[in-house]
Design a protein around this ligand. Structure first.
Ligand code: MN
Length: 129
């Protein structure tokens, strides 16, 4: 995986403006972007499109990001896809909590491009090298 354009990222976010922002940050960086607006859609998209990595908001309608990630990580067909939690709760200890829940990493909101890209690259390297 040498160029970012071959990397497809599933962005799961219910807030329209956040979704547009994250999508543009990623596309400017050369990543391919897929979108979902709730946890159920995320599970379906993970199955049908098998993205290289998932950026998962936690507070989502229909099914939240925790449950969605649990399902993705419990299925043979999707369990190897890295999932990064994307959330405003930036309290101490949260990163550990998310790792315990099965997430591969954590990106706090408001999103900083360097943090986002750093986490993406770390997870992609870990998962695919
Ligand atoms: Mn949300």
């Amino acid at each position: 995986m040498e160029t970012t354009e071959n990397v497809r990222i599933l962005v799961v976010e219910d807030n329209f403006m956040n979704k547009v922002l994250v999508k543009e940050l990623l596309q400017v960086h050369g990543y391919g972007v897929l979108e979902a607006s709730n946890g159920k859609e995320a599970v379906d998209m993970a199955e049908s499109h098998h993205p290289d990595i998932i950026l998962m908001d936690i507070n989502l309608p229909e099914m939240d990001g925790m449950e969605s990630t649990h399902i993705i990580k419990s299925r043979e067909s999707t369990k190897d896809i890295p999932v990064l939690a994307l959330t405003a709760s930036a309290m101490k200890g949260d990163e550990e909590k998310f790792l315990k829940e099965g997430f591969d990493g954590y990106v706090p909101k408001p999103i900083q491009l360097t943090v986002l890209v750093g986490e993406l690259e770390r997870c992609l390297k870990k998962a695919y090298s």
